[in-house]
Ligand binder design. Structure first.
Ligand SMILES: [Zn+2]
Ligand SMILES: [Zn+2]
Length: 338
């Protein structure tokens, strides 16, 4: 990290997962000064910098918050599971999981649809309450995952490293704490998103306070802590399971797989081989039976005008680069027989 970065490219409580759309978009000319970009495809924290000790301190603080939330889950045995607490748990788990999948992943990381500036910020704010870092940090690492999937440069590959590393090791390490500003220049042009990166603690702290007002300590423990930790592991499991177990419809250059169980559990994100084949699509389920709750939610938002221009894979793309077995079935299916 350079001296110019250190005031902004900070660390935080971040966790997580995976890509660059194909091809990588050219950053536009920006009217605002941006932090000096880090070298492409290098962990932002890999560079020596003055003030590194402060950054290291913040990294360890993030580590402490992550571990603390897990330990805090044990409090579910100490507080009553009231109706309000369980309602908050369900509502906040589902809402934040959908925003992580539809907002942090498909919108901020892959620009799979368009929206207004205020709704973009709303997606960023709600996603940041999940304590998985800011949209800038999340997209920075996820684009790196797609660019170098299942190679040594992939931040969380269970193939290149291990399942433990891909699930939680990379989160606990300090290797990927910073934002690579060059990789997210399209997002960093918005000052409010840079504000979220700098003050990523604010949304989750406010949400925890609202949970207290709505349900007391059971509301905090169930509604905020337990649902946050469950969302962590749903997200992390996609990184692991969907690069190890499942089927491969497309012969992508990585080990990505489609996994029905993960698709149901992670709101459509389990159609991961589809997603690696066509990352910029708003949907990961390409067939009618490939359930994709995130896409259904995006469609619903489009009906009321909150999002639009949901990108779809073209028929040509859907039929391209099929894996051997799928290509053979395609050729012998009645529809394709002459
Ligand atoms: Zn992706
Ligand atoms: Zn992946």
């Amino acid at each position: 990290m350079t001296a110019g970065d250190r005031g902004i490219a900070r660390t935080g409580w971040r966790i997580r997962p995976a890509g660059l759309p194909h091809p990588r978009p050219k950053p536009k000319e920006l009217a605002i000064p941006l932090p000096t970009p880090t070298a492409p495809d290098r962990p932002a924290t890999a560079e020596p910098a003055p003030g590194r000790s402060l950054q290291s301190l913040r990294g360890w603080l993030a580590w402490g918050v992550f571990v603390g939330l897990h330990v805090g889950c044990l409090l579910v045995f100490a507080v009553p599971a009231t109706g309000a607490a369980l309602g908050l748990f369900a509502a906040l788990y589902v809402t934040r999981s959908l925003v992580l999948a539809g907002g942090f992943h498909r919108y901020f990381s892959h620009r799979a649809f368009k929206t207004s500036r205020w709704f973009q910020f709303a997606l960023g704010w709600v996603g940041t309450t999940a304590v998985q870092g800011s949209p800038l940090w999340w997209a920075s690492n996820h684009r790196l995952h797609h660019r170098h999937s299942d190679t040594a440069a992939d931040p969380h590959s269970p193939v290149a490293r291990s399942a433990w590393w891909a699930h939680i090791g990379w989160v606990l390490s300090q290797e990927h704490r910073g934002v690579d500003w060059d990789r997210v220049r399209d997002l960093a042009r918005y000052p409010e998103l840079r504000w979220l990166e700098r003050w990523e603690a604010v949304p989750p702290v406010l949400l925890a306070g609202l949970c207290y007002l709505a349900g007391g300590w059971p509301g905090v423990v169930w509604g905020f802590v337990a649902s946050t930790v469950l969302a962590y592991h749903a997200t992390f499991s996609v990184n692991v399971v969907c690069h190890l177990f499942g089927t491969r419809r497309y012969a992508t250059p990585d080990h990505s797989r489609n996994n029905l169980v993960m698709a149901v559990a992670a709101f459509g994100e389990g159609w991961h081989n589809n997603h690696h084949h066509y990352p910029s699509a708003a949907r990961a389920g390409f067939r009618w039976w490939e359930v994709d709750a995130t896409y259904y939610a995006l469609r619903a938002l489009s009906w009321v005008g909150l999002v639009w221009d949901l990108r779809q894979p073209t028929p040509r793309a859907l039929a391209a680069n099929l894996a051997a077995g799928h290509a053979a079935r395609q050729q012998t299916s009645p529809r394709n027989a002459s």
